[in-house]
Design a protein around this ligand. Structure first.
Ligand code: PLP
Length: 338
């Protein structure tokens, strides 16, 4: 199957499985897993951060960051459509008593600075205490403008807010722009990155910390959240393999997304929107969603067939697959509107 529903569907390659099978392991809750420790240190250095903590998922990594930055009754400013606010079960509020203050995104995915500024609460007993600004890069496949990130994090720090970046696909941003990972982390006190999306590892995220003390506190939260894992060097080795072999190739995914967008442009009734990285956004005629989904599935293509959907390219999608998808989508609509 050509699975375009998400870049989380990638499966570990034979070489990755081989690397995982050779991992040196120990009990990571005790800090004894050499593969995990080496991986944490390697990525922290590459990102220009002081330390890193390995997590089973990006959701837990983001949640531990929220819990480490904010106390009960404190507030995080985040995008209305950010993953932290919309797609993580409200974890910060459920488990930490942390109030989210969502802000509508501008078209480029940024949170307008005047609105961020207006949302920062003054010292007044009526208000929750605003504590944290959380940004997301990439957001819906778009790379946040570099100058924007610098201004937004400076604004936050000027108001004594901490800054967190949900960088689940930060390696995509780095490859798309040629900007090194460390520069993309500039201005942030903490950054979460995922290895189980387009990088192709079966699981694993890192929470990167500007200061070592933050990582120590996040590690305590990880244990509280049940994310302390034992001989987890097996997973860390999979992630390390991805870092070594699957980062530069993200450019292929970006090229494939562009080819998909170009190939699908001009179909009557279908709106196509490209982005900077590995996604193509589609608006499909609602009446056709179900039939289109079934038509494609019968031809080996899986999509989330909804009126507003996205096609996501990744390591298990090849150039021939892109041609096949374009051909079949065009065939479907040619037939329907004939
Ligand atoms: C996937 C993703 C995460 C983390 O999700 P998990 O499935 O928990 O690893 C966080 N933020 C964004 C923007 C994501 O796309």
């Amino acid at each position: 199957m050509i699975d375009l529903r998400s870049d989380t569907v990638t499966r570990p390659t034979p070489a990755m499985r081989e690397a995982m099978s050779r991992a040196a392991v120990g009990d990571d809750v005790w800090g004894d897993d050499p593969s995990v420790s080496a991986f944490e240190q390697q990525v922290a250095e590459r990102a220009g951060m002081a330390a890193a903590v390995f997590f089973p998922s990006g959701t837990q990594s983001n949640l531990a960051a929220l819990l480490t930055h904010c106390q009960r009754g404190e507030e995080v400013i985040a995008g209305q459509f950010s993953h932290i606010y919309r797609d993580e079960g409200g974890g910060g509020a459920v488990l930490g008593g942390i109030q989210p203050q969502p802000i509508a995104h501008a078209a480029d995915g940024s949170l307008p600075l005047d609105q961020v500024q207006a949302a920062i609460k003054g010292d007044d007993i009526h208000h929750a205490r605003t504590k944290l600004l959380a940004l997301e890069n990439t957001f819906r496949g778009k790379v946040l403008p570099e100058g924007y990130v610098a201004s937004a994090t400076a604004l936050a720090h000027d108001h004594d807010l901490a800054t967190h970046l949900d960088g689940a696909r930060l390696f995509n941003a780095s490859v798309a722009t040629g900007v090194p990972l460390a520069s993309l982390c500039d201005g942030f006190d903490s950054v979460s990155v995922c290895f189980s999306k387009g990088l192709g590892a079966p699981a694993g995220s890192l929470l990167l910390a500007r200061e070592a003390a933050f990582a120590t506190r996040a590690r305590r939260w990880r244990k509280t959240l049940g994310g302390g894992m034992r001989q987890v060097g097996l997973l860390a080795e999979g992630c390390r393999h991805a870092l070594e072999h699957h980062v530069e190739r993200l450019a292929e995914d970006h090229a494939h997304a562009r080819q998909l967008a170009e190939g699908l442009a001009g179909i009557d009734g279908v709106e196509v929107q490209a982005c900077d990285t590995n996604m193509v956004f589609l608006a499909l005629p609602e009446a056709h969603c179900r039939a289109l989904g079934e038509f494609l599935a019968a031809r080996g293509v899986l999509i989330a067939a909804q009126p507003r959907t996205r096609l996501v390219t990744h390591l298990d999608v090849f150039t021939a697959d892109v041609h096949h998808v374009v051909m079949e989508m065009r065939a479907y609509f040619a037939r329907r509107y004939a």
